[in-house]
Design a protein around this ligand. Structure first.
Ligand SMILES: Cc1cc2nc3c(=O)[nH]c(=O)nc-3n(C[C@H](O)[C@H](O)[C@H](O)COP(=O)(O)OP(=O)(O)OC[C@H]3O[C@@H](n4cnc5c(N)ncnc54)[C@H](O)[C@@H]3O)c2cc1C
Ligand code: FES
Length: 367
């Protein structure tokens, strides 16, 4: 079950900083007893950090790599992105004992688990995309004793493999229930299948060789955009139902292939072009805003009015700005984060939402 609660930042002390690879760190937070319920999370979720970098406030999301079964542990992994403002500051400067502003956990990159099930979970990860997958993998193997997990994990070379040792340990612990296949761009394996990028063809070959049983399957993909597009294509060609395919994006897609993968619209065909009266419900209080249909998104209008509404990416890939439309019509420009069910239930990404009727009511408290 995904916990529902108001998205809020809390100051958390950094309990541990571990240099995992030359460009990635694993950060553990100390969660005071009074905040345990606020920071309860589900395998696959993320937290958002609020940082000041060169005087500028930045919000960045990082997936949780620990399992909710590891009591009182909340760890994330941050990989430095070339010229990345937040990730460079974190990887270079973060030390044990420092304090960070951390938002309560969120995200849909997960699936319900059931100890009676016997299933095959299959994940494709690359680079920092391993972070949520590790949480899912550890939780699945401990919660569903009859299920198995296969991980295809792409990296440039062995030194850059985040959680290499942890995965080895888990293989020893879980035996044949866990298979891990490393695919290295600069690899020199005798078997060419394990060298190079994960193309559509390579994904098909990997699946054809290692995922051949008749068990029910859930697929998870997280990594660079092109890899996700390639693997999705391979799975679609195999006839995998979208319901069992879980995708987590770390950045807004730039390729047409990725864009066509997702549902952009909230279903409104209304032609309203005036200025809407928008009631925002936030933290139990009601605020009336005037938002032109062709103007800023609801989130930006709310921030400009001084409301402390939750957000992170502003690019439709996390779901930090999620809220529910209680009345009126709206349209989302993009959506890479909400499920079809959530959209059908009236949820929107407010960073992408524009009014399409004269009266709209949006509730952030039903996150
Ligand atoms: C739901 C979610 C979960 C995430 N989980 C993780 C995680 O577990 N670990 C992690 O390290 N990151 C994760 N990210 C990405 C993270 O939030 C930041 O985007 C990343 O750290 C880069 O921020 P920055 O400020 O350093 O880079 P910026 O200063 O924002 O960007 C610098 C340049 O790098 C490009 N860029 C930004 N992000 C990436 C990227 N991921 N890969 C390649 N190029 C990029 C930008 O387009 C820009 O050109 C996640 C993002 C989302 C939305
Ligand atoms: S702030 Fe990330 S989807 Fe809106």
């Amino acid at each position: 079950m995904i916990p529902t609660r108001m998205a809020r930042f809390h100051s958390l002390e950094v309990a541990t900083v571990h240099q995992e690879t030359p460009d990635a760190i694993v950060v553990g937070f100390r969660i005071p007893a009074a905040l345990h319920a606020e920071f309860a999370f589900t395998h696959g979720q993320y937290v958002t950090l609020k940082l000041t970098v060169n005087g500028e406030e930045l919000r960045r999301s990082y997936s949780i790599c620990s399992s909710p079964l590891d009591k009182d542990e909340l760890r994330i992994a941050v990989k430095r992105v070339d010229k990345g403002r937040a990730s460079s500051q974190l990887v270079e400067k973060l030390k044990q004992g420092m304090t960070l502003e951390v938002m309560t956990p969120m995200g849909n990159f997960t699936t319900a688990l059931d100890a009676t099930q016997e299933r095959h979970f299959v994940a494709f990860a690359a680079g920092s995309g391993i972070t949520p997958i590790l949480s899912i993998l550890k939780t699945v193997l401990r919660t569903e004793p009859k299920s198995r997990f296969t991980l295809f994990y792409g990296n440039t070379d062995t030194d850059r493999i985040i959680f290499r040792e942890k995965l080895e340990e888990l293989k020893v612990q879980h035996g044949q229930r866990l298979s891990v296949h490393h695919i290295l761009t600069r690899g020199k394996d005798e078997d060419a299948l394990f060298n190079g990028r994960i193309t559509t063809d390579k994904a098909k070959q990997l699946l054809g060789r290692f995922v051949t049983d008749a068990l029910h399957k859930e697929f998870f993909i997280c990594g660079p955009e092109q890899m996700m597009v390639n693997v999705s294509e391979a799975l679609e060609a195999m006839g995998v139902d979208k319901k069992h395919l879980h995708i987590e994006l770390f950045t807004s897609p730039v390729t047409a292939e990725a864009k066509k993968e997702v549902d952009h619209s909230h279903g409104s065909t209304a032609k309203f072009t005036g200025t809407a009266s928008v009631k925002i419900i936030l933290d139990g209080r009601e605020h009336e805003l005037q938002i032109p249909a062709k103007g800023d998104a609801v989130l930006d209008a709310a921030i400009d009015s001084g409301l402390d509404v939750p957000y992170a990416c502003k690019g439709a890939v996390c779901c930090t700005c999620k809220a529910r439309v209680l009345e009126g019509k709206v349209e989302m420009a993009m959506n890479y984060a909400l499920t079809d069910e959530e959209v059908a239930d009236g949820y929107v990404l407010t960073c992408q939402t524009h009014p399409r009727s004269a009266r709209v009511v949006i509730d952030y408290d039903q996150h």
